[in-house]
Ligand binder design. Structure first.
Ligand SMILES: NC(=O)c1ccc[n+]([C@@H]2O[C@H](COP(=O)([O-])OP(=O)(O)OC[C@H]3O[C@@H](n4cnc5c(N)ncnc54)[C@H](OP(=O)(O)O)[C@@H]3O)[C@@H](O)[C@H]2O)c1
Length: 291
């Protein structure tokens, strides 16, 4: 492939994520135009083969695909505003963490300039970009996603989760919520074990091994959730109830705040009281879902 034939991409924003993303495109053989508000941040990438744009309009006009990993949705709009008339016919991929509403607002703003907008939520860290560990959610027009999918896969495994621009942020929040519960559970456990003289670093490998097992259980849990079939389960409501009770009691005895686990206790108690104690743990879902 000659340089002229190389696929083109523009990366606007060379912070921690943007720098990793631009490097991934360079490594994949893309003609990579780069722009950053603080221009000096482009120097290292230029030395590695990126093409620095003189200004944001030149960056936008350098190609059909604009990857924009900026601080927040407001920064994306502010950065692109001077180049807005040049956006027509191009695809803007907004990669800033934001709310579903902000994603919708950016999509409407881009549509006003005849640009396609794909919202992206990066489930990654700078060092995992372009590794099998990273995955990005995308939402927006299916056609734009299909057209640019090969390029999007350069950054991370790509999942298109809906035409509604808000969908990527919604899916990202759902995955973050799963992780936050586990991480906070670990911090609580570490505080509890500290009262017995055990270092959090000693707990970490055991907790990680347990979480790997929990992660492997997720597809089964997902299959049960909402199916109405909660019988014949290995891990039932009444099996887990005493464990959660014991955890809360032990925390109280040791002076460690058990607040984190009380909502689960309440859910398990309610399921048991309404005659579902022998059902699978997944039956908790029936108390959480919107009817
Ligand atoms: N870092 C992570 O581990 C991680 C992981 C997943 C998702 N994210 C999300 O990815 C996004 C980028 O994160 P990051 O860690 O790469 O951030 P970062 O290193 O702080 O970089 C922020 C970038 O935004 C630019 N910027 C900020 N305000 C601007 C404005 N008003 N106009 C133009 N440019 C502006 C900065 O330009 P200057 O250089 O000129 O300041 C810089 O290029 C954030 O939404 C973050 O939440 C980050």
């Amino acid at each position: 492939m000659t340089e002229r034939d190389a696929p083109r991409v523009t990366v606007l924003g060379l912070g921690r994520m943007g720098t990793a993303i631009a490097r991934a495109f360079l490594a994949a053989g893309y003609r990579t135009t780069v722009w950053n508000r603080t221009g000096a941040k482009a120097d290292v990438l230029t030395a590695e083969g990126a093409v620095p744009a003189d200004d944001v309009t030149a960056a936008v006009e350098a190609g059909p695909l604009l990857i924009v990993p900026l601080l927040d949705p407001g920064a994306i709009r502010q950065a692109l505003e001077p180049a807005a008339p040049s956006l027509a016919g191009r695809t803007v991929v907004g990669l800033a963490n934001g709310t579903p509403q902000q994603a919708g607002d950016l999509a409407a703003w881009a549509a006003g300039y005849d640009a396609d907008y794909l919202d992206g939520a990066m489930m990654a860290l700078p060092h995992t970009v372009a590794t099998p560990e990273a995955f990005f959610f995308y939402s927006g027009p299916e056609r734009a996603y299909a057209e640019h999918r090969t390029a999007l896969e350069v950054m991370a495994i790509a999942h298109h989760v809906g035409a509604d621009p808000a969908a990527a942020e919604i899916h990202s929040l759902a995955v973050l919520g799963t992780g936050y519960a586990a991480l906070t559970g670990f911090l609580h456990a570490a505080a509890l074990l500290e009262t017995f003289g055990t270092d959090p670093e000693t707990l970490a490998p055991a907790a990680a091994a347990w979480l790997r097992g929990m992660a492997a259980f997720l597809p089964e849990l997902a299959g049960q959730a909402g199916s109405g079939r909660y019988g014949d389960a290995a891990s039932t409501i009444d099996l887990n109830r005493p464990a959660v009770d014991a955890l809360i009691a032990l925390s109280g005895e040791r002076g460690v705040d058990p607040a984190l686990h009380r909502p689960l206790k309440e859910l398990l108690d309610r399921r048991s009281a309404d005659g579902h104690g022998d059902d699978s743990f997944a039956a908790v879902y029936e108390l959480l879902r919107v009817r």
